[in-house]
Design a protein around this ligand. Structure first.
Ligand SMILES: C=CC1=C(C)c2cc3[nH]c(cc4nc(cc5[nH]c(cc1n2)c(C)c5CCC(=O)O)C(CCC(=O)O)=C4C)c(C)c3C=C
Ligand SMILES: [Fe+2]
Ligand SMILES: [Fe+2]
Length: 328
C-alpha cells in the first residue's frame, strides 16, 4: 500500500510583493479559526485597515528576509520534507512512502497536495503539522482543511495525525541539543529567553491548550539544559490588534531586561519549526534593535531546527509508530 507523510506549515506569500502578501494575509486572516472576532466587524477591520495598511509594510519586511526567489519558511520546510523522505527511503527501504510539504494558506495548498498524492495511488496518510504546541489557531485550522477536503470523498482513505509534540522527549532532547551545540560554538548569554508566537488570551480562557503546551515545552527544555529559574524566561511575540494576548510580551520584556541587569541575552523561538518572518525580522531584527536601544549589549538569536539532521531525525522519531505499523 502506498503511504504518505504530509508535513504541514502555515503558509507564506509566493513573492515578497504587496499583491502576494495581501493574498496571503486575506486567506490567513479570513479563517475563523485564526480570528474569532464577530464576522462583520472583522471583515470591516480586515478590508479597511489590515489589508490596505499591513500588506505593503509586511512586503517590505519580507523583502529583507527573502532567500533569493523563495521565502525562508517555504525553503526550510521543503528541504526538511526532502531530507525526511531521503532518510525514510534509507531506513525503510521496503516501504512505499512519500513525504510532502503542504501549507494551510497559499501554496502548495493542502487540497493540491492531496489531489496529487491520491492520483498517484496513496491510500494511507499521516499528517504532521509543524507546530509542536497545539493551538486551534494553527493545528485545528489545518485539520479543518483536511476534513473539508475529504467531505467530497466516498471512500475516505486511512488517515492519522500527530496532533502535538510539545513534550515529546525526542523534541525536548533535539531542542536541548541544538542549544548545547550553539553554546559550544558561541559565548553563552546570561539568560535564555524562550519567545513563543502569541495568541489572544481569550482563546486560552475558552480552552485552547496552547499556553499550557508552551509552558511545558519551556520547563522541559530548561530542565534538560539544567537551567535555574534566573537563567530562562518565557515570553509571547507577534500580537495583532488591541485585545490582550498571552503575556509577558516579548517586545516589552526585551525593553525591560537591560534595566534589570540582563545585558547579554540568548533568544530562542521554540514554537517555530523553521525560520520565518516572525523569527528573522521580528526577533533577530526588530527585537534585537529594541534590546540594544534599551541598553542591552549582546543579543544572540538561536536558529530554529530548520532542515538540520537533528530536525530530520526528530521527524522520523515522531513518525516511527506510523512507519512501524506499515507492512513491508
Ligand atoms: C490573529 C492573528 C494571528 C494569530 C492568532 C496567529 C497565530 C499563530 N501564528 C503562528 C505562526 C506564524 N505566524 C506567521 C505570520 C503571521 N501571523 C499573523 C497573525 C496571527 N498569527 C500575521 C498577521 C502574520 C503575517 C506577518 C505579519 O504581518 O506580521 C508566520 C510567518 C509566515 C511567513 O511567511 O514567514 C508563522 C510561522 C503560530 C505558531 C500561531 C499560534 C500558535
Ligand atoms: Fe502568526
Ligand atoms: Fe510579526
Amino acid at each position: 500500500m502506498k503511504s504518505a507523510i504530509i508535513l504541514i506549515n502555515l503558509g507564506t506569500p509566493d513573492k515578497p510583493e504587496r499583491k502576494y502578501v495581501r493574498t496571503f494575509l486575506k486567506e490567513f486572516l479570513s479563517d475563523r479559526r485564526v480570528v474569532e472576532v464577530p464576522r462583520l466587524l472583522w471583515m470591516l477591520i480586515l478590508y479597511l485597515i489590515i489589508l490596505p495598511f499591513r500588506s505593503g509594510k509586511a512586503a517590505k519586511a519580507y523583502k529583507q528576509i527573502w532567500f533569493g526567489d523563495i521565502s525562508p519558511l517555504k525553503f526550510f520546510s521543503q528541504e526538511l520534507a526532502q531530507g525526511v523522505e531521503q532518510k525514510i527511503r534509507e531506513q525503510y527501504p521496503q516501504r512505499d512512502i512519500t513525504v510532502r510539504l503542504a501549507m494551510t494558506y497559499c501554496n502548495p495548498s493542502i487540497p493540491s497536495v492531496l489531489d496529487e498524492l491520491r492520483e498517484s495511488g496513496v491510500e494511507n496518510f499521516l499528517f504532521l503539522p509543524l507546530y509542536p504546541q497545539y493551538s486551534a489557531t494553527t493545528t485545528a485550522a489545518c485539520m479543518d482543511i483536511v476534513a473539508d477536503y475529504f467531505k467530497k470523498c466516498r471512500d475516505i482513505p486511512q488517515w492519522s495525525w500527530i496532533r502535538n509534540y510539545h513534550d515529546h522527549p525526542a523534541y525536548i532532547q533535539t531542542l536541548a541539543q541544538s542549544v548545547a551545540d550553539y553554546w559550544q560554538q558561541n559565548e553563552r548569554g546570561e539568560k535564555l529567553l524562550m519567545s513563543f508566537h502569541g495568541i489572544p488570551k481569550r482563546n486560552v480562557d475558552l480552552g485552547d491548550p496552547y499556553q499550557q503546551h508552551c509552558e511545558q515545552t519551556a520547563q522541559n527544555l530548561a530542565d534538560a539544559l539544567q537551567l535555574n529559574a534566573e537563567q530562562w524566561q518565557v515570553t509571547y511575540q507577534s500580537r495583532l490588534g488591541k485585545a490582550e494576548w498571552l503575556q509577558p510580551y516579548t517586545d516589552k520584556t526585551l525593553e525591560a531586561l537591560p534595566a534589570r541587569g540582563v545585558k547579554n541575552l540568548d533568544v530562542i523561538c521554540p514554537a517555530f519549526a523553521v525560520e520565518c518572518l516572525e523569527t528573522l525580522e521580528e526577533i533577530d531584527g526588530e527585537g534585537q534593535e529594541i534590546f540594544r536601544h534599551s541598553g542591552g549589549e549582546r543579543f544572540q538569536y538561536l536558529p530554529c531546527l530548520n532542515d538540520s539532521e537533528l530536525h530530520q531525525d526528530l521527524m522520523l522519531e515522531l513518525c516511527k509508530p506510523f512507519l512501524d505499523s506499515l507492512k513491508a
